[in-house]
Design a binder for this molecule. Structure first.
Ligand SMILES: [Zn+2]
Length: 164
């Protein structure tokens, strides 16, 4: 990832415009993804709640704001010649985790996947999700895994590299 952009992200995080720990009024609904704020956290409504209809005030949840602004809390950069040969397999592994975590929490989501010079760059709304994806790739495919957390900021930079 471009160093300048990363530094800017870290700088901005000190002001924290997306802060996930912020308290929202009970019962508000995300107008983009439909998540609801209940008992102090963002969750997906149950089928029953959806059927009954939700009537809370509409706002954007922290994850949808990050998606809108393309402002990740965690990135995973995969690289190396091995990646090209196993790309589909690795993408499937990552996508399974992404689906699973998204079901568990509306705040754990993929923003996008970029391809750059043979690298795959995943941008996530959540630092732990980035870590989980990186660790899963490292476990299944060996290679060299590096996880860096920014001090005092909710940001994880994960890199994995393997040459054939
Ligand atoms: Zn949302």
């Amino acid at each position: 990832m471009r160093r300048e952009r990363k530094n800017r992200l870290i700088q901005e995080k000190i002001h924290d415009p997306y802060y996930e720990d912020k308290k929202y009024p009970e019962g508000v609904i995300c107008s983009a993804c439909g998540a609801i704020y209940k008992d102090g956290r963002w969750i997906w409504p149950t089928e029953e709640e959806k059927k009954k209809g939700l009537s809370g005030e509409k706002i954007l949840c922290p994850a949808c704001r990050r998606v809108r602004d393309n402002y990740p809390a965690g990135i995973v950069v995969l690289s190396g010649t091995y990646l090209a040969e196993h790309k589909e397999e690795i993408l499937n592994l990552a996508n399974n985790i992404i689906e699973e975590e998204k079901k568990r929490s509306p705040l754990k989501r993929l923003i996008n996947i970029e391809e750059e010079d043979g690298k795959l760059i995943f941008n996530f709304t959540d630092d732990h999700l980035a870590r989980r994806v990186g660790e899963a790739v490292g476990r299944a495919h060996k290679g060299k895994l590096e996880i860096k957390y920014s001090e005092g900021a909710k940001f994880a930079s994960v890199s994995w590299h393997r040459d054939s």
